[in-house]
Structures are given as C-alpha cells and as structure tokens.
Design a protein around this ligand. Sequence first.
Ligand SMILES: [Zn+2]
Length: 109
Amino acid sequence: MTDDFYCDEVLSGRTPVDVVIETSTVLAYHHTRPFWPVHIVVIPKRHIASLLTLQAEDAPLLAEMVQVIQQVAEQVVAEHGAARVLTNLGQYQDSKHLHWHVSAGDPLR
Ligand SMILES: [Zn+2]
C-alpha cells in the first residue's frame, strides 16, 4: 500500500477510473471506493502533496482546479440538491497527493 494512490495508480493508468472532467492539468473522476453515494475526487495531474504545500507559483493550477471543483459541485447540486467539498490534511489525509472530495448523501460506512 503506497501513500500516493493518485500518482501511483490513477495518473499512471494502473487503476482505470470513470472520468467526470479532465483538463490538461486537472482530473475529476468517480471515487473507486466511494464513501458517499455520490463521491467524485478532483486531483491535480502534477504532484502536490496537500493544500498546505501549495505555493504561490501554483496559482494558475489552483485556479483551474477550483473551476473543475465548481463545475463538478454545480452538477452534483443540480442532480442531488446538495454537495459538500472537502480536502483532508495531516492524519485525516490517507493519500499524500492533494485531492478534493465532492460528495452528496449519507456516508456508506
Ligand atoms: Zn502524487
């Protein structure tokens, strides 16, 4: 078990994913092991460890990522009437690659 599922499995193509939105720098896809009934993950295609390691020079990437999060969240709200957007840090962050959860519904487990 690696601590960077996104670089090692998703961005490498080893684990196939169901893409929601893809740009040149950002990928949004349906979580492979969802925690909520609607659970989409948004990640930068370039390795960034977490929200806390974002640098000033990442601003263009961050802007694109926020646009993708916004589009995904807009779609989830339109379909389900609600959404939450979150990113985990420290011990709450399982995989050490920045990722945003866009979800709706009650936890599945
Ligand atoms: Zn990574």
